[in-house]
Write a protein that binds this ligand. Structure first.
Ligand SMILES: Cc1cc2nc3c(=O)[nH]c(=O)nc-3n(C[C@H](O)[C@H](O)[C@H](O)COP(=O)(O)O)c2cc1C
Length: 233
């Protein structure tokens, strides 16, 4: 049983809320895992060239090639993304788009696998969890839990946060507000986020160890997607 964790944050692992929540989920599984940070990786979005149609292998030459092998090998995923402008950040979005390479014809490599979605925002990461779940569903991967957290927006550190009229601090508290150290959000100090990550990890381990039936999950997710497509037409 091998779980692949991917943190889409561009911050250093030590300061990224996303990285730390993804790690908490992984550690709580008690399973073998690998955790990869996308920070510094060169991954472009899908260019719709259809170069992957025949063999389900993307032809773009960048850091996605190494990741592809790990994605294929893993039994489950813990994917995390920071909230940028009420959306998963560009780097995670690029990675998710590139999963298109697995979606052709008999390309069932990812079908029926399991995932946990992690999202972190200055406010919260709910929207990121929903978007990751959506990307997973396109590959018939079931998202079994979502973990959302609140991390420190850059406005707390840029040096102008208390006076910047477009920044999060003035938006939330008004001009002239003095930020106290203990008010700076940090997922590791938030018991709800940590507990939610731990529960998600335990649930993932339970599902994986409990005769995980990929065929049944595939059928369920195929149904989910058929309903979605019908709704959207
Ligand atoms: C370009 C940019 C846009 C952001 N937009 C939002 C936003 O729309 N909503 C939100 O809640 N947080 C927003 N944030 C704050 C981040 O989500 C927050 O800093 C989070 O902790 C980042 O996760 P990380 O610590 O794992 O990198 C934004 C941050 C950046 C750099």
């Amino acid at each position: 049983m091998k779980i692949l964790g991917i943190s889409g944050s561009t911050r250093k692992p030590e300061t990224s809320g996303t990285y730390r929540l993804v790690k908490e989920v992984l550690e709580s599984t008690g399973c073998e895992y690998e955790l990869i940070s996308l920070r510094g990786k060169r991954i472009s979005g899908c260019i719709a060239c259809l170069g992957c149609v025949e063999d389900n292998i993307c032809v773009i030459e960048d850091d996605m090639a190494d990741l592809r092998e790990k994605i294929v090998d893993a039994d489950a995923y813990v994917i995390g993304a920071p909230n940028f402008f009420t959306c998963i950040n560009g780097l995670t979005h690029a990675l998710m788009e590139r999963l298109y390479q697995f979606r052709h014809r008999e390309g069932d490599t990812l079908w029926g696998k399991l995932a946990v979605a992690v999202g972190v925002g200055g406010s919260n990461g709910d929207i990121c969890c929903d978007q990751i779940e959506q990307f997973m569903a396109y590959n018939f991967i079931e998202t079994i839990a979502k973990v959302s957290g609140s991390g420190a927006a850059c406005c707390y550190y840029c040096g102008y946060g208390e006076t910047c009229r477009v920044g999060a601090i003035v938006m939330m508290h008004g001009e002239g507000y003095k930020i106290k150290e203990e008010e700076i959000p940090d997922v590791t100090k938030c018991p709800q986020s940590i507990e939610s990550a731990q529960k998600a990890g335990q649930l993932l381990a339970e599902r994986l160890k409990n005769n995980h039936d990929r065929q049944a999950v595939t059928q369920k997710m195929q149904q989910v997607m058929m309903e979605k497509f019908k709704e959207s037409t």
